[in-house]
Design a protein around this ligand. Structure first.
Ligand SMILES: O=c1ccn([C@H]2C[C@H](O)[C@@H](COP(=O)(O)O)O2)c(=O)[nH]1
Ligand SMILES: [Zn+2]
Length: 192
């Protein structure tokens, strides 16, 4: 019972802003996702499509009207089967490692765009883009990168990427989400 009450109180707290509009009361939530958590959340949701056992990367490209124009995640190229190509990174033979074959999330997003171009757009991405992605980001005139993890910061690919991005004047910043977890609850729609 306490649990139910706590839940109800929480819901009430959520609907805590009353606005007078045209003389009528109007209630709205204040715990809705902010834009940046939303875009990063979309990037992370896309990442869950990736079959990479180590690092699932998702990317979401947004234009200056806050509209999503592209989404991508890391995966093998079309018709390159996950059963045929390796997802490992432990082999001494480069041909047996994933790195030779995987299409990066940022590249997939740019190739999959549903707009004429991505000029002036912001890229939300789970992992700091590598040097190969940086080249394509620069050439496609993306203006800003918002990334979450920089776990490969010490790798030459990341260092080269930052050198090119700095040189090209492309801004990048690490994003700390307001929500450390965003839960998708398919049952929620049936509540209330
Ligand atoms: O810019 C990037 C850099 C990397 N990726 C992908 C490529 C791989 O599938 C993983 C990285 O694997 P690790 O095991 O962490 O080395 O991330 C990408 O999509 N975009
Ligand atoms: Zn890359």
């Amino acid at each position: 019972m306490t649990e139910i009450k706590e839940k109800a109180d929480k819901e009430l707290m959520k609907i805590n802003d009353l606005k007078i509009s045209n003389g009528e009361k109007c209630e709205y939530r204040t715990d809705y996702l902010n834009w940046e958590d939303y875009f990063m959340g979309i990037a992370f949701l896309a990442a869950q499509r990736s079959k990479d056992p180590a690092t699932q990367v998702g990317a979401c490209i947004v234009n200056d009207e806050m509209k999503i124009v592209a989404i991508g995640y890391n995966g093998f190229p079309i018709n390159c089967s996950d059963d045929k190509f390796p997802w490992t990174k432990e082999s001494n033979d480069p041909l047996e490692n994933k790195y030779m074959y995987v299409c990066h999330a940022e590249v997939n997003a740019i190739l999959n765009k549903n707009s004429f171009d991505v000029k002036g757009c912001s890229l939300y991405v789970a992992l700091f883009p590598c040097n190969e992605c940086a080249k394509i980001i620069i050439q496609s005139r993306i203006k800003e990168i918002v990334y979450l993890s920089d776990k490969h910061a010490d790798k030459p690919q990341t260092k080269a990427s930052k050198m090119m991005l700095d040189s090209a004047g492309i801004k990048y910043r690490q994003y700390k989400p307001k929500h450390s977890k965003i839960v998708i609850d398919f049952d929620k729609i049936n509540e209330n």
